[in-house]
Design a protein around this ligand. Structure first.
Ligand code: PHE
Length: 345
């Protein structure tokens, strides 16, 4: 017999080898090497066999040629299938695109900003003392921000609260006191309101200053309101917020819109690192005072008949104490890792 069975047999053996190597390839690169070593036109093993066709009887050539073509086709489809598998699994194989062992992503639950939480707590406490919440615009006029508050524009106090001026004669309010003027214009006493909101000042941006911050002011106007009411209200607030052992201190101060005026400090009872209760340092928490009669008059309230007191504090600073936050800028960075810590109710 001629060599014909041998060549066909060779092709069959070669196909078996090739299919095994295809299965063993685990990267697109090694698969390509298998392809070249079997199907490569110049040095491929199938080409090598076909080159020996010339030595066969002419009648036998077609059988070998046909077998070779079938082997090529099967090998090519095995290569294609394997390539597809490798590409699908490549995330895992290369550790790149997918990691099926990662925990699933949870849906987001929003939370109140820590400053908003403090504002809501303060509003709730003052609510028990009869205060309601009032709001006003952040873009104000000089009249409401300064002049109606007994602060002439050439007064140094107007410089101290230097702010950002907008086109058209408006400015960003430097405190929430203008809200109180607006309330007095629209309501006759008794008045008991809280005005929380953002205020703006020309200021640096560092751990203890930001050019925009939240403020919360309160106003009480009625017949017979005295400094005793101011002290009692603010001392009661401090004990409700920081606990019954909290002490309050009033230091004389100056604001154009109040007379007399005071800075209010608190001394809290805190646990030290050993877990022992002890008193904190005095900490300044707000400005306060009796509403200047000129402010009442400017807002259309009879200063002969009514008196009042007002106070203002920074919920952001109170939040620093409450949550042990080291830097005011964290409130404004919008870093989810920080804000996420306040998603619980
Ligand atoms: N408006 C003052 C400020 O922004 C705070 C304040 C309010 C002081 C009411 C006294 C009375 O600094």
């Amino acid at each position: 017999m001629s060599q014909t069975p041998t060549l066909v047999e060779e092709l069959q053996r070669l196909e078996k080898d090739a299919l095994q190597e295809v299965e063993r390839s685990d990267t697109p690169e090694s698969l390509e090497e298998v392809r070249i070593s079997f199907l490569g036109r110049k040095d491929g093993r199938i080409s090598g066999i076909l080159r020996r066709l010339g030595s066969l009887d002419p009648e036998e050539r077609p059988r070998v040629g046909q077998t070779a073509n079938q082997v090529k086709a099967r090998l090519q489809s095995a290569l294609d299938r394997r390539r597809e598998q490798l590409e699908q699994g490549s995330g895992e194989a290369q550790g790149a695109q997918w990691d099926l062992t990662l925990p699933a992503r949870r849906s987001w639950v929003g939370g109140r900003h820590p400053v908003t939480r403090v504002v809501d707590e303060l509003v709730a406490i003052f609510g028990t003392l009869g205060f309601t919440r009032a709001r006003g615009p952040e873009a104000e006029t000089e009249w409401y921000n300064f002049e109606a508050l007994n602060t002439p524009l050439d007064h140094p106090a107007a410089d101290e609260q230097d702010t950002l001026y907008l086109k058209g004669g408006h400015l960003l309010r430097s405190h929430t006191s203008p809200v109180q003027v607006r309330v007095m214009e629209n309501h006759q006493p008794p008045i008991r309101v809280l005005a929380p909101g953002m205020v703006y000042r020309r200021d640096s941006y560092d751990a203890t200053h930001t050019p925009g911050f939240a403020q919360l002011e309160g106003l009480v106007v009625d017949e017979g309101i005295t400094f005793v009411d101011l002290k009692a209200t603010l001392a009661e607030f401090a004990r409700l917020y920081w606990g019954p052992g909290t002490r309050v201190r009033f230091r004389p101060s100056f604001f154009p819109f109040t007379e007399p005026s005071a800075e209010v400090d608190v001394k809290r009872v805190v646990r030290d690192s050993e877990g022992e209760l002890r008193e904190s340092d005095w900490l300044e928490i707000m400005g306060a005072g009796m509403v200047d009669p000129a402010v009442l008059d400017a807002a259309g309230i009879d200063s002969e008949r009514y008196t009042g007191f007002a106070f203002g504090m920074g919920p952001g600073r109170i939040g620093l104490l409450k949550y042990g936050i080291p830097d005011l800028r964290l409130y404004l960075d919008n870093d989810v890792r920080f804000l996420q810590q306040f998603t619980q109710p």
